[in-house]
Design a protein around this ligand. Structure first.
Ligand code: FMN
Length: 224
């Protein structure tokens, strides 16, 4: 497939939670990880390590932890999924996709576990999430998709034991990766004017006030 281009990719990379079980060819997985580790890290330490999880038993254990987290995070919808049908579209779609992910995480061909040295960096996560986002952008560029998840956070120690990751390492998140059955973005975000200030907290940036609330995505959505 053709590279969709940088800005098209930036404006259309979203959380994709419905994945086909089809395997990802190694050359695509390598490309995704090779692109991920082009990211910056503090002092160029590159002390990230990446585990590609493919074993069914490991994925099943992760699935049980996801289910537990889902029940704690959205108890009413976990108990009665039909309640989601009554929600407005913008709430219903991500919740249903999340419920699907929880139920089917073990079928994802691959779950990536990005790891990094615990306590090494003054900005925790700052030396791993740029690379994780690179990974998602590269996946998008290759017709793959995935989502950053925190659902197994409460079981980080169990995850490390199961994967043989030493205590000195932190598993920062889990990223299921595969061929998505949902379409990519456009992603919808708050307008620049609402989240960017000039010189002083809450002082508007005049240029942004004159821009459309929905941003400049339209410039990039037709090609690619
Ligand atoms: C640090 C972090 C943790 C996240 N944890 C979860 C998660 O546990 N489960 C999940 O389904 N999505 C998770 N997400 C995905 C976000 O919910 C999603 O990217 C966000 O709602 C925006 O959706 P969009 O990218 O589809 O526009 C996480 C994202 C980040 C950056």
């Amino acid at each position: 497939m053709d590279d969709p281009g940088l800005f098209h990719t930036l404006y259309t990379t979203r959380a994709l939670r419905r994945l086909r079980p089809d395997p990802i060819p190694d050359h695509l997985l390598f490309q995704v990880l090779d692109a991920a580790i082009r990211a910056p890290s503090g002092g160029n330490a590159q002390d990230w390590r990446w585990l590609i999880i493919t074993e069914p038993e490991t994925k099943a254990a992760i699935g049980r932890w996801f289910q537990e987290a889902w029940e704690a995070y959205q108890p009413q919808y976990a108990a009665e999924p039909a309640l989601m049908d009554a929600l407005p579209r913008h709430r219903r779609l991500p919740l249903k996709a999340t419920a699907h992910l929880v139920a089917h995480i073990a079928e994802a061909p691959v779950i990536i576990a990005p790891c990094g040295t615990r306590g090494q960096h003054s900005t925790p996560g700052g030396s791993i999430f740029p690379a994780v986002q690179n990974l998602l952008l590269a996946a998008r560029g290759l017709g793959l998709g995935g989502v950053i998840t925190n659902f197994a956070r409460a079981h980080e120690a169990g995850l490390r034991t199961m994967l043989g990751v030493p205590d000195s390492q932190q598993v920062y998140c889990l990223v299921p990766l595969g061929y998505p059955t949902d379409l990519p973005g456009p992603v919808h975000r708050k307008p620049v004017r609402q989240v960017v200030f000039q010189d002083r907290w809450q002082q508007p940036w005049p240029y942004a006030l004159a821009q459309p609330d929905e941003g400049w995505g339209q410039r990039w959505l037709s090609d690619g």
